[in-house]
Design a protein. Structure first.
Length: 679
């Protein structure tokens, strides 16, 4: 059991200092006291939960427990119950919370560990006697806080076109019985686990996330995740400590990782600004190995960050004081479902940047293609359609980076990731008064592709493998021939620096944007017409808010069967679309371009419609004339649950976060896949 400590309602001085340093506009602190019902539900459905605690020396440590949803849930006000396995021999948080002193040496017997008021009822967890045991603790004086985790999280940009969602870097989590074994470097005589053994270094080199625990005085703690491309956390130094007579030490373990913009609350950095200590847990989902670290931190900004990590604008250095590398120490394993397209390329350490890497600012080093802007169609004052021509980038051998045979074609509903840094990144600066939030912006943006691949382009079917020779789930992946330069379309709302660049670009001047790749959760692809599964014919219900309709635009013709041969049965599709009145031209555009989409759609129009203007009078008439049902109010629960037949439908949702939260509450017990956009 863990009690959740109350957080400050206002920003503390460290948070305020970091926000001022990074030029973040003032805003209220969204942190709430205690555990809200919605947050409790999130914990309950999460297969993993990260915890943090302070050891007897006041050092923070972090851990992650779980294996399946429901292992952790609220059992009283501000109290979480944990029903699962935890390694009390080497897990520093277990030892801190339950007063286990030393490695595998509890200081009491008969199930009671530590002080009299702290008791583990039923079974002694320190011995891992059973696979399942309740961790109960009437009073925990050490501050601890939990962070639920639905899927491997990744950096999320708050700028335009940013795809946000809990499952950005997805992993399938399964329970695993731990067999913990502490591993140390064979050449080290120290008992602090330093330097790291090679297995721990290898773990860091492939890690795509870690959890970090920080504290603010003796009152509060935070546990948050950091994510990126595998290897984004870098080992700057790993050798024996060798302090000189003057106290200087060029040894020890030093880690560096880049900070991304995220939600711009900077609560972890605020804690580190005031109290520069942190605890990390780095899980290996493949093996259940785990690395625990604690140490002192330094926040690196602008030139100081670049001195450690090439092109980094904001980074954190961690001088590790103790490490524990435990083989088989986690009660779960996981396999990758999909990596987030938000992940910027791994930053090389400054020491690794040779002369041939001197200038990578054009963004092409990690690109698979160049997207050349061809046309721009203004649909509404804030929404436009852009068409690009894709040209694969060849490496020094002349091969396409997209694949060995050509550029991989995308599936309808997938998204494309652009790197706008060549146009928007003006180099390092301590502050930017004209655009202060760009200080730690990678200018990497993701947009849903809003039209299917042009079938006139030459393409062929290639079977892809999972690396072990087996054909993967994407065995129908099309590979464009080397001479193919397909066109790619996106429909986006102007919402930040990247979309402003597209909206204002003079088309007579070529604009080339590096493409980092395509992505998208397989489950978000709707079944095309005439497709049944073991449950029988199924109906797709797409729920959209605003430009959240874009994943459907590329799929609708296939789902409705309008691009199939005559006589074939049309697919089953219902669309519930919430749209602001000023954006009605987007509906007219979509219904005009895609035959059959209007009659499948119920349109919920919000906001005021200008009936005095001619266009305003005509818009509703045109939308209704294209077959859509129009309701001038907000969508409600009955509207959603009346679409399709329960048990024979699947919901696909793409909305902003506020609407998504409500939808998921309405759809409890339904089959739902979703993506969330910050529009």
């Amino acid at each position: 059991m863990a009690t959740l400590t109350a957080l400050h309602a206002q920003w503390h001085p460290g948070e305020q200092a970091v926000q001022r340093m990074l030029g973040v506009p003032g805003r209220d602190n969204p942190t709430v006291h205690g555990l809200k019902q919605a947050h409790g539900h999130r914990v309950n459905v999460s297969p993993l939960v990260a915890f943090g605690a302070l050891d007897e020396d006041g050092r923070p440590w972090a851990t992650v427990w779980g294996g399946e949803a429901g292992f952790c849930r609220p059992i009283a006000e501000n109290v979480l119950g944990v029903n699962g396995v935890a390694d009390a021999r080497f897990d520093p948080v277990v030892q801190a919370l339950f007063a286990v002193r030393g490695v595998g040496k509890p200081d009491a017997e008969d199930g009671e560990i530590g002080h009299g008021e702290r008791r583990i009822v039923d079974e002694e967890v320190a011995g891992l006697k059973k696979e399942r045991s309740w961790l109960r603790c009437p009073s925990i004086w050490r501050p601890a806080i939990a962070s639920s985790w639905l899927a491997a999280s990744s950096p999320a940009h708050d700028g335009d076109g940013a795809r946000r969602g809990e499952s950005a870097d997805g992993k399938h989590i399964v329970p695993h019985v731990p067999t913990p074994e502490l591993v140390c470097d064979a050449g080290s005589a120290a008992d602090d686990g330093l330097p790291l053994p090679q297995g721990a270094v290898d773990l860091i080199s492939k890690a795509d996330l870690f959890f970090i625990a920080s504290k603010h005085g003796d009152g509060t703690m935070d546990v948050n995740h950091r994510g990126g491309a595998p290897g984004f956390l870098r080992v700057f130094r790993n050798r024996e400590s060798n302090a000189n007579d003057d106290g200087a030490d060029d040894g020890g373990l030093v880690l560096v990782y880049p900070e991304y913009s995220g939600n711009r609350l900077y609560q972890t950095l605020g804690n580190l600004r005031e109290d520069p200590v942190a605890g990390l847990v780095i899980p290996d989902f493949d093996t259940s190995d785990v690395l625990y670290l604690t140490g002192r931190t330094t926040i690196l900004v602008a030139e100081r960050a670049a001195a450690y990590m090439a092109r980094a604008k904001l980074a954190v250095r961690i001088d590790v004081t103790e490490a524990r590398f435990v083989r088989g120490g986690l009660p779960f394993r996981g396999s990758v479902i999909d990596y987030s397209p938000y992940n910027p390329p791994v930053r090389p350490l400054a020491a690794e940047k040779g002369e041939d890497q001197e200038d990578e600012a054009d963004g092409t080093a990690n690109a698979i293609a160049l997207a050349t802007l061809l046309t721009r169609q203004v649909i509404t004052p804030t929404i436009s359609r852009y068409v690009f021509r894709l040209t694969p980038i060849k490496n020094e051998r002349g091969d396409n980076k997209g694949s060995t045979n050509g550029l991989h074609a995308w599936h309808p509903g997938q998204h494309v990731t652009f790197d706008f840094s060549s146009e928007l990144d003006h180099g390092y600066s301590h502050m930017r008064d004209d655009d202060p939030q760009s200080l730690n912006d990678d200018f990497v943006r993701t947009f849903t592709v809003s039209a299917p691949l042009n079938t006139k382009e030459p393409a062929e079917i290639k079977n892809s493998t999972d690396g072990g020779g087996a054909v993967s789930a994407t065995s129908d992946l099309r590979v464009l021939r080397d001479n193919a330069e397909p066109e790619l379309e996106i429909v986006v709302r102007r919402h930040g620096s990247a979309t402003a660049l597209l909206a204002n670009w003079k088309l007579r001047v070529p604009l080339e944007i590096p493409v980092l790749g395509f992505g998208g959760v397989e489950d978000f692809r709707m079944p095309v017409s005439n497709v049944e599964d073991e449950t029988g014919s199924r109906e797709s219900v797409f729920v959209a808010g605003g430009v959240g309709i874009t994943p459907l635009l590329a799929q609708a013709a296939g789902v409705l069967g309008t691009d199939n041969d005559e006589g074939k049965e049309k697919g089953k599709l219902r669309v519930l679309w919430s749209l602001r009145a000023e954006d009605l031209p987007l509906a007219v555009d979509a219904f005009t371009k895609i035959n059959g989409l209007g009659p499948a759609t119920r349109l919920f129009v919000t906001g005021s419609l200008d009936y005095d203007a001619r266009d305003g009078r005509d818009l509703l008439v045109r939308v209704k004339g294209l077959g859509a049902g129009v309701v001038q109010r907000r969508m409600d629960r009955d509207d959603v649950l009346a679409a399709g037949e329960k048990g024979k439908r699947k919901f696909f949702c793409c909305t902003g976060p506020a609407m998504m939260k409500v939808l998921l509450q309405w759809m409890e017990g339904e089959e739902v896949v979703f993506e969330s956009f910050e529009y």
